[in-house]
Design a protein. Structure first.
Length: 483
């Protein structure tokens, strides 16, 4: 190889040049994305162009997610070609990148002047601490810290776009690999545009904690939708007394004006866990679940390359406080083979960045798939543990299986539960993959039918396909924004 450089001639790309026979393949391989080069050359010289963008699941071409990528160059004999070239950090419009030998680092398109503690402090002083001088008739949306545009905020965005299309809709994203809804404006976290939008929007709709020392201005409204009915203990209810955590919880909940709950049970738990006892809690069902009663999974199956007649198992465990990546209780390829099914692996949002896609025959890692609700529609059965996805999937009435080999540890040491899952689970509880395969083969839905009906009555009574309509109606009726 004789040269490496970045270009934006036809979109951001890494261009490699060399002498001699051209390589058989040139790839960038990351934890959640992979791209291959277009290689040209006739034997004396060669050129490889690696686009720094990718499309997944039939979606649009978007910049590569931030992170590290391995540059793999393989010759015609299958041997790896070492890379020694370096290219300094370069701004490429929709992202920035640097090459150091065989390692490419991709980051969000933030000016380095702002990408520091001092730079962020300056932006905070400019946009967050100045006196309010009126608000935009705009909504600032954030889902799972900007890792995707999904969940309750997405469903509210779609209904708001229908009811009040003139309202500006900003979406907080970690980088421009995150697709935002049609008509919305993506603002990259930490950029001047992000700071300005968060401070200027009249309404914020979020599903997790606000960060970056957010201070709600007088007259600004925060609607906290949260992201699930809780089984595991949260916030002030977590095991162990930690004064700093308690102070952080109370400080966070004081930033919210309204809390959304899926059901009365969740309203009670969330109100106490976050000391949110004197402000409004809207019990309207979950907007993200509307599609579970009004849609079907055909389009999602097609996007994932799954035939209509194939059995689909969705494995979606929650995260653990004592590990960064998804638990390894399932061998997805072996499960697919044993059940003659396609296995979708959906890690928790907290395992998206540190983890890596699962691979194998008839295995599709969908941790980075934008919207969990569409996966629930596409699946024939759910395999989970203590994740709140159980309270959403039950809207569909389809079978659930609970793989809980670490239940005593999780319940007794990591988090604890609000109720006895074993006594109320609307599906088989198993301790190993072997037991799981047997339960899937038995397919004994009748044995759990009564529990399932009781579960739905308690947790899904308001999940009727109209939750987003009710929430947006309340937003407009109360004047949080102007229609």
């Amino acid at each position: 190889m004789t040269e490496a450089r970045f270009t934006t001639d036809e979109g951001p790309a890494l261009v490699l040049s060399g002498e001699g026979e051209r390589p058989a393949s040139v790839d960038l391989v990351g934890a959640r994305a992979r791209v291959s080069a277009r290689i040209t050359g006739r034997g004396k010289t060669w050129r490889a162009v690696l686009p720094l963008r990718a499309a997944r699941w039939g979606g649009p071409q978007l910049p590569l997610p931030s992170g590290a990528y391995e540059l793999r160059i393989v010759d015609a004999g299958g041997r790896g070609i070492p890379v020694s070239e370096t290219v300094p950090l370069t701004q490429l419009g929709t992202l920035r990148a640097a090459l150091d030998g065989g390692r490419l680092e991709v980051g969000p398109p933030i000016d380095p002047a702002y990408d520091s503690g001092e730079g962020q402090d300056a932006l905070e002083r400019r946009y967050a601490t100045r006196p309010a001088s009126g608000f935009e008739n705009a909504v600032f949306f954030e889902s799972f810290y900007g890792r995707n545009a999904s969940c309750n905020p997405l469903a509210i965005d779609r209904e708001l776009a229908r009811r009040a299309p003139q309202v500006t809709r900003y979406w907080s994203v970690v980088d421009l690999s995150v697709a935002v809804p049609d008509g919305a404006v993506a603002v990259v976290e930490g950029s001047p545009e992000w700071w300005r939008a968060r401070g200027a929007a009249r309404l914020l709709v979020v599903n997790d904690w606000l960060r970056r020392r957010f201070a709600r201005r007088r007259g600004q409204i925060v609607l906290q939708t949260w992201h699930g009915t809780p089984l595991k203990r949260l916030a002030l209810h977590r095991p162990g007394f930690d004064p700093r955590r308690m102070a952080a919880v109370v400080r966070e909940s004081r930033r919210w004006n309204v809390l959304l709950a899926q059901n009365p049970y969740a309203a009670r738990i969330l109100g106490k866990a976050y000391a949110f006892l004197t402000r409004p809690v809207w019990v309207e069902g979950y907007p993200r679940n509307d599609i579970l009663t009004t849609g079907d999974g055909a389009a999602t199956r097609a996007a994932l390359g799954i035939r209509a007649d194939e059995r689909v198992l969705l494995y979606a465990p929650t995260w653990r406080d004592d590990r960064d990546q998804i638990v390894d209780f399932v061998d997805p390829a072996a499960l697919a083979a044993a059940t003659d099914a396609v296995v979708l692996v959906r890690g928790h949002s907290r395992t998206l960045l540190p983890g890596r896609d699962a691979e194998g025959p008839r295995v599709v890692d969908v941790t980075g798939f934008p919207d969990t609700s569409l996966l629930l529609l596409a699946a024939d059965a759910l395999i989970t543990d203590y994740s709140s996805v159980m309270f959403d999937f039950s809207v569909t009435g389809k079978p659930m299986y609970f793989l809980v080999p670490d239940m005593e540890h999780y319940r007794g040491e990591l988090r604890g539960f609000y109720f006895d899952l074993a006594a109320h689970a609307p599906g088989a509880m198993v301790r190993s993959q072997e037991e799981l395969v047997a339960a899937l083969a038995a397919d004994d839905a009748a044995a759990h039918a009564e529990r399932y009906r009781e579960w739905q009555a308690k947790f899904n009574a308001r999940d009727d396909g109209h939750a987003a309509e009710r929430v947006v109606a309340r937003i407009l009726d109360q004047g949080f924004i102007r229609a």
